[in-house]
Structures are given as structure tokens and as C-alpha cells.
Design a protein around this ligand. Structure first.
Ligand code: ATR
Length: 283
């Protein structure tokens, strides 16, 4: 079928992504694909906003009738500060990546990373409930994922190169155990989930090694990477060689986007292999 130009009119629901730079963002591709697929009269645009201009831009978009926006680097901290209502997901993860301009004029802030991560794992047919997860890394993504896992009764162990950062994270979310980076492999046998949230394996990030050998893992261990360029990270390749189940990072990107889509456009995102293929072709 020939693609049709979107019909933009007085009823078009508007959303977008604020970042600087933002041209590389895959969010417009996904959201506009879903809008067309669902037959929703909406549009999702990249919004390049310079540092220092975040609040001006947000107030302007709100005044202009946008439903909301995604927020990415370098504005995530400003986003946390601008919201009138912090959703539990934002409070627990300490970050905001999704703003909803509510009908009562307030700005609601959500973090969709942790729940997007869990939704993706569950979409692979792996229930996330109970058990124990070893998280590598202690940055923003680790905190969001830890919060969502803890909410589902999963025991969380964190190993980070800089131990103090892991300790700080553990101090802000009850229920986390910290282990030395070099000793991460020692708890592998008791874990059901291994999650890499570090930039190890990311294209252009050098080739640092993981402090663990997957040979020590339980056969039921599920190995997840949130890095999605490349999709097949060194960790996932190693996991496959050991016959372990793998979940790559692209699905998390898709599922966290789906959570925002639902909030702005009122429709469940039709997540399927088609959107994955669309993104894959664009990586
Ligand atoms: P994000 O917010 O996306 O999670 P971040 O805050 O920059 O990103 O965190 C990056 C994570 O990758 C950190 O846990 C970092 O470890 P440090 O806290 O010690 O810096 C981890 N990381 C990055 N490069 C690494 C490397 N070469 N070896 C081990 N860990 C690394």
C-alpha cells in the first residue's frame, strides 16, 4: 500500500520528544507508525530544545494544546523539576521521561523505563514475579529497572564499577543488596535474571569486560541487555552460547514508548514484530 500523508487538522492530537540533539531519536518513527496503524488522528514530532530553554518550550507546547512529550538528554532533570504531579514510577526511579499535560492544566511526570523493561521481558513469555535479579550498573536506567523489579517482589542485587554509586542507589530504594563489581559472578547461580544497564557492549563505547562468566549461571537464568545498538551485544552472544534465554534492548525501547502512547492518545500501542522490523531497518 502507498503510504498516505497524515491528515493534520484541528482535531490532530500532538505529542513529541524534547531533546538536544534529538534528530537521532527513533521515537517519532515508532509513534507515527502506531498512529497510522491505529487510525488515530495524531502526530509525534522531534522537538530540538536547547539547554536552558526547556521550561519555555514545555509551557509553550502545553499552551499550544500538546497532549504531552517525551523528554531525553539533557533535559531529564529539568523535567523532574517542572512536574505538578509525580507518578509513583517517577518518584521511585527519581527521573521523568514522559510528561502528560492533563486536562486540569497540571503537568504529570512518569518514568516509563522500568515498566517498559518489565513489559518487554513479559512479552517474551517470561513472568516477572519473585526470584532474584542481578543488575550491572547503577545509573538512571538501573534505578528505574530496580524500582519496577522490587515492586514485583523480585530481590535485587546491584554490582557497579563504582561501588559508592550502587550504595547510594540502594540507600534510596529499600530492598537492594550491593555486591562488589569484581564479585558479581558469585551470586549468579542464585539469580533468575541478569540485566546489563551499563554502556558495556554499546557501539563505540570500547570493549570493557563483564566481571562474570555465564558458565556459573543456573540454566533458567534469563539474560537481558538494555543496549540495543548493536542488538546482539557481547553479553547476549555469550549467553546464547551457554544456551540461556536472552532479551535484547530494542523491546524495552518499544514498550516504554507504548506506555506514553497510551497516555497521550488513549489507545493501546499495537506492539508487534512489525515495529521491531521498522526499527531494526533504521538502526
Ligand atoms: P544511564 O543513566 O543510562 O543508566 P549512566 O548514568 O551514565 O547511564 O550510567 C552508566 C553506567 O554504566 C554506570 O553504572 C557506569 O559505571 P560507573 O558508575 O562506575 O561509572 C557503567 N559503566 C560505563 N562504562 C563502564 C565500563 N567500562 N565498565 C563498567 N561499568 C561501566
Amino acid at each position: 500500500t502507498t503510504p498516505r500523508a497524515p491528515r493534520i487538522d484541528g482535531h490532530t492530537l500532538l505529542a513529541g520528544v524534547i531533546g538536544w540533539p534529538v534528530a537521532h531519536s527513533r521515537s517519532p518513527l515508532m509513534h507515527n507508525f502506531w498512529l497510522e496503524k491505529c487510525g488515530v488522528n495524531g502526530a509525534y514530532v522531534p522537538l530540538p530544545v536547547r539547554p536552558g530553554q526547556f521550561e519555555t518550550a514545555v509551557r509553550g507546547l502545553q499552551a499550544a494544546g500538546f497532549r504531552g512529550v517525551n523528554v531525553t538528554i539533557p533535559h531529564k532533570e529539568s523535567a523532574y523539576g517542572i512536574v505538578d504531579r509525580l507518578d509513583r514510577s517517577a518518584e521511585r526511579s527519581g527521573s521523568v521521561n514522559t510528561l502528560v499535560f492533563a486536562d486540569d492544566g497540571r503537568i504529570e511526570g512518569y518514568s516509563t523505563d522500568g515498566d517498559g523493561f518489565v513489559a518487554n521481558v513479559e512479552a517474551h513469555g517470561i513472568p516477572v514475579h519473585g526470584g532474584c535479579a542481578l543488575l550491572l550498573g547503577a545509573g538512571g536506567a538501573a534505578r528505574a529497572i530496580a524500582a519496577s523489579l522490587l515492586d514485583r517482589g523480585v530481590k535485587v542485587i546491584i554490582a557497579n564499577r563504582t561501588r559508592a554509586r550502587a550504595e547510594a542507589l540502594a540507600a534510596s530504594l529499600a530492598g537492594i543488596t550491593v555486591i562488589d563489581w569484581a564479585r558479581a559472578g558469585e551470586v549468579l547461580a542464585e539469580c533468575t535474571l541478569l540485566v546489563n544497564t551499563t554502556s558495556i557492549g554499546m557501539e563505540g563505547a570500547g570493549n570493557a569486560a563483564f566481571p562474570l562468566d555465564l558458565g556459573q549461571a543456573d540454566r533458567a537464568l534469563v539474560v537481558c541487555d538494555i543496549v540495543y545498538v548493536p542488538r546482539q551485544t557481547a553479553l547476549l552472544v555469550q549467553a546464547q552460547a551457554h544456551g540461556l534465554r536472552c532479551v535484547d534492548g530494542l523491546g524495552m525501547l518499544i514498550h516504554q514508548a507504548g506506555l506514553g502512547f497510551r497516555k497521550w492518545f488513549g489507545v493501546t500501542a499495537p506492539i508487534g514484530p512489525d515495529v521491531e522490523a521498522l526499527l531494526d531497518a533504521d538502526l
